[in-house]
Ligand binder design. Structure first.
Ligand SMILES: Nc1ncnc2c1ncn2[C@@H]1O[C@H](COP(=O)(O)OP(=O)(O)O)[C@@H](O)[C@H]1O
Ligand SMILES: [Mg+2]
Length: 478
């Protein structure tokens, strides 16, 4: 029977099996190696001369071929690691002659070492990535949550409460407010509170060049346009799937992009540039603007239907000027944070400097205040001092305070004619009362005014006569 296998021998047969990239081994029914190709020689570093004619088990005690012959059963894609750091997949089957007699077995082995190594690297990378993602999400989570939002101002607290209550609903929210009032902080806190599994993806509509707007937001298929990445690209909208898409400066969304975006909101569907298939998404949209979106609608610069879609709930954040009562809180909070960051002892802010901070206009709102405090801390560090000096404040803040003070004294001081006259009148009445020793009749004579007028003026200037305030008491008649 084994002659049958010998009969295969020949130049053509050997050339064929040597051209196969996989390791090939043919044994006879007694497990003696009959054929051993070049690939097997290379992989196992065993030459044909060494192995042919020998029992395969001498070289490979756990070889699959003897099992194939005993059980007369084929095996497919059996995974094995025949030596350290080498991995193969074996397929082996019994061989029969034309009369169906068992004559031996054949095995083919694919070297998958490279795949395994790449997979190992990939798995490690995937694990690391998952770890990093978790870390970032926990950092983000801890950095942006409603509990970390500073503010005691009533109006602001009500807004925060409302935002917190609607976090869990997938309702779209429009946040209005001047630059630096905390729109993004609120948006991120809403996302973290919402427990949505996807990411928070922020898009600044005013920062994306018009020509890239669609591809940035919607993504594109490979080769969709010249210069596009061959593999295609996921757009920001898709990246926010199951999460939150934060559209900052929404007022700057190009007008011709708005209908496409409306479709995303209405149907939850996007089509990539150059793509044909619709992608179904689940996205919560929070948009923000410092512009008056209603005005843009009436000027025809913003679509009304989109405006209503985006603003299922609209909240307007107060400017820092409108929440002066929170300024001290912010100063303390940022001061502590920056002192920790720069390794500086936390100083007391002198009252006159706190006054300047509380009364400044803060057109740049919380962002501007934060920068001013950072500057103070940097100055403390570089001057190695614990005392906050007025010139540690940004110059424009101090200058605006100084000019306001001058203006105030000019406005309310000596130059205001009404004030000057009133002051003189009060002073003269007091002098007359002093001369008359509190006698009203005498005082009216000195002053040369009717009695009723004097009573009236005493009341006007809140002048106390014989320890009694002249007010609306019945015994006082004018
Ligand atoms: N309530 C707040 N508590 C602490 N920091 C805040 C608060 N609101 C805003 N900030 C800080 O002020 C800066 C501006 O906030 P941001 O949300 O970017 O404002 P906007 O998006 O309205 O321009 C950020 O550095 C932010 O961390
Ligand atoms: Mg912003």
């Amino acid at each position: 029977m084994d002659d049958w296998l010998d009969g295969l021998n020949g130049y053509l047969f050997n050339t064929v099996i040597d051209s196969i990239k996989q390791s090939l081994c043919i044994v006879d029914s007694k497990c003696k190696v009959k054929y051993w190709n070049n690939a097997a020689e290379r992989f196992y570093n065993i030459s044909k001369e060494e192995i042919i004619g020998k029992d395969v088990r001498l070289f490979f005690p756990d070889a699959l071929l003897p099992k194939v012959i005993t059980e007369q059963h084929p095996f497919e894609d059996v995974y094995n690691s025949p030596k350290k750091d080498y991995y193969i997949v074996i397929s082996a089957s019994p061989l029969y002659d034309s009369n169906n007699n068992l004559i031996g077995g054949i095995s083919l082995e694919r070297d998958i070492t490279d795949y395994i190594k790449i997979t190992e690297v990939l798995e490690k990378t995937t694990d690391n990535l998952a770890l990093l993602k978790k870390e970032i999400s926990s950092i983000n989570h801890s950095k942006y949550s409603f509990s970390k939002i500073i503010g005691n101002n009533d109006k602001f607290k009500k807004i925060v409460e409302l935002c917190k209550n609607i976090s869990i609903a997938s309702i779209n929210i429009l946040i209005l407010g001047d630059s630096g009032t905390g729109k993004e902080v609120i948006a991120r806190s809403i996302h973290n509170e919402s427990n949505r599994k996807g990411s928070f993806i922020a898009v600044n509509c005013s920062a994306i060049p018009y020509s890239l707007f669609e591809s940035e937001l919607f993504g594109y298929e490979g080769g969709a346009f010249t210069g596009a990445d061959k593999k295609g690209k996921i757009g920001k909208i898709e990246a926010a799937n199951n999460g939150t898409l934060f559209l900052d400066e929404i007022g700057d969304m190009p007008l011709d992009m708005q209908p496409k975006f409306l479709r995303v909101l209405e149907d939850g569907i996007i089509t990539k540039l150059g793509g044909h298939a619709d992608i179904k998404l689940d996205i919560r949209i929070i948009s923000a603007t410092n512009k008056n979106l209603r005005d843009l609608v009436s000027e025809g610069k913003f679509r009304e239907d989109l405006y209503y879609r985006l603003s299922s709930v609209a909240v307007a954040l107060p400017s820092l000027r409108e929440r002066k009562d929170d300024i001290e809180l912010f100063v303390d909070y940022f001061l502590k944070n920056f002192c920790m960051q720069y390794g500086v002892n936390i100083p007391e802010i002198p009252e006159h400097i706190m006054n300047i901070l509380v009364n400044y206009r803060w057109d740049g709102n919380i962002r501007e205040l934060k920068n001013a405090i950072e500057r103070i801390v940097i100055m403390l560090k570089s001057y190695k001092t614990y005392t906050v000096m007025p010139d540690f404040l940004p110059e424009y803040i101090y200058a605006s305070y100084a000019s306001a003070e001058t203006k105030k004294s000019e406005d309310t001081g000596l130059l205001d004619l009404n004030t000057v006259i009133s002051n003189a009148e009060k002073k003269t009445i007091l002098l007359a009362l002093k001369h008359s020793k509190g006698n009203i009749s005498h005082a009216t004579k000195i002053l040369n005014i009717p009695r009723t007028s004097l009573y009236y003026k005493l009341k006007k200037y809140n002048i106390i006569l014989q320890n009694i305030v002249i007010d609306n008491r019945e015994d006082v008649r004018y």
